[in-house]
Design a protein around this ligand. Structure first.
Ligand code: NAP
Ligand code: MG
Length: 404
């Protein structure tokens, strides 16, 4: 069979530890036999980031902007412990995801991969719920302080024109805690655009929630910016039969729990942090959570939501078999192929992405799974735990049959 030809390269960002091992196996077993793979390769493994003084991450993000579609392997974000583990590190390099996100000015969308054998904790959820988390500002870029004596706290903005605005926060008669938070209108606008764009891409309704009844100016501005930006997408929403719906965060929580799923829920930074863990846990497993970074000007970076699975990597290094779930990493590749195929008008590349996902579902539906999933299946469903390689082989067999 002739291999599928690509037009534009994918930006390939390699990573660390167990996911780096899976990365190569996925390419060898599931992609290279069928696709004449064109990629622009960036090694975001920790040691190469160190060697290039993290320039490789910046170059990779710029390549993502140039070509439009990237696929990324999980990477180590160094902390104190990693500095001991890798004594050659010359700096505690920043999170690559953070660097890429700020260069692309993007929003992260996380969607669970659902299978019939694993039911969400919330019985009425029939379709995945995608969380879009705003990734800039609010409490994550706030300053806070503790004061002991009675007094008054004020907030002052000094404009470059020399104009000043001052508000009294509160007068207190004893010890108190204080917090100053902000967001940028440009960032809120990018967030809104990415959400509307992604709703159109995936043909799903978009929900957005804040607490504008309390934070009238702060959250009110989010609501207003979303309304303004929606104007440019309204016609397309109508054409696709999808809706944009704004509600208060507490009302949204109640509605989400009672819903059937199948929509995107856009959340402010903190709400998204909390709600994405709630939603992903209720759907099953972190290893079944996909993630895509979407920039307001339509660039995409596909990845798994989980990390480098360190514990499994150390077992692997000792020569032991691991049972690491490669689903989310495979779906990062299939998502990237589908998007690249759509942009380049290559239906066969889109079809390859779809068949790859079907082969994964067929494997799981046949009860062939990694250990993390076996414990989650419904009673009565027969599942067998296989190792990382056997799992990929089972997918490969099914994929070959589909593409024959
Ligand atoms: P993790 O790699 O997601 O793993 C946490 C645990 O979850 C694992 O020990 C494993 O549990 C389970 N797990 C996660 N993915 C799995 C999979 N595919 N198959 C089977 N089990 C899976 O998170 P972490 O241990 O907190 O972080 C490890 C490294 O990843 C850190 O250096 C962190 O900086 C990095 N990280 C990177 C990204 C990213 O690049 N996007 C995201 C998060 C973390 P058991 O050990 O119980 O089997
Ligand atoms: Mg969190």
């Amino acid at each position: 069979m002739a291999k599928i030809q690509m037009k534009t390269p994918l930006v390939e960002m390699d990573g660390d530890e167990m996911t780096r091992i899976l990365w190569q196996m996925i390419k060898d077993k599931l992609i290279l036999p069928y696709v004449d793979l064109k990629t622009e390769y960036y090694d975001l493994g920790l040691l190469n980031r160190n060697e290039t003084k993290d320039q490789v991450t910046i170059d990779a993000a710029n390549a993502n902007k140039k070509y439009g579609v990237a696929v990324k392997c999980a990477t180590i974000t160094p902390n104190k412990q990693r500095m001991v583990e890798y004594p050659q590190l010359t700096e505690m390099w920043k999170s690559p995801n953070g660097t890429i996100r700020s260069i692309l000015d993007g929003t992260v969308f996380r969607t669970p991969i659902c299978i019939p054998a694993i039911k969400p904790v919330v019985k009425n959820w029939k379709e995945p719920i995608t969380i879009a988390r705003h990734a800039y500002g609010d409490v994550y870029k706030s300053v806070d302080m503790y004061t002991e004596e009675p007094g008054t706290c004020t907030m002052t903005f000094k404009g470059e024109s020399g104009e000043e605005k001052t508000l009294t926060v509160q007068k207190v008669n004893g010890p108190a805690v204080w917090q100053g938070a902000h967001n940028k209108e440009s960032s809120i606008r990018s967030f809104a655009k990415a959400c509307f764009q992604y709703a159109i891409d995936t043909k799903q309704d978009l929900w957005f929630s804040t607490k504008d009844t309390i934070a009238k100016v702060y959250d009110g501005q989010f609501k207003k910016v979303f309304e303004e930006e929606f104007e440019a997408y309204k016609a397309k929403f109508e054409e696709l039969g999808i809706t944009y719906f704004y509600t208060l965060i507490d009302d949204a929580v109640a509605r989400v729990i009672r819903s059937k799923g199948g929509y995107i829920w856009a959340c402010k930074n903190y709400d998204g942090d909390v709600m994405s863990d709630m939603v992903s846990t209720a759907f099953g497993s972190l290893a079944m959570m996909t993630s895509v970074l979407v920039s307001p000007d339509g660039n995409y970076e596909f990845e798994a939501a989980h990390g480098t699975v360190t514990q499994h990597y150390y077992k692997h290094l000792k020569g032991e078999k691991t049972s690491t779930n490669s689903m989310a990493t495979i779906f990062a590749w299939s998502g990237a192929f589908k998007k690249r195929g759509e942009l380049d008008e290559l239906p066969e590349l889109v079809a390859f992405g779809e068949k790859l996902e079907e082969a994964c579902f067929d494997t799981l539906n046949a009860g062939i799974m990694t250990k993390d999933l076996v414990g989650l299946v419904e009673p009565g469903f027969e599942a067998k735990a296989v190792n990382s390689e056997e799992f990929l082989d089972a997918i490969s067999e099914r994929l070959a049959a589909k593409l024959a």
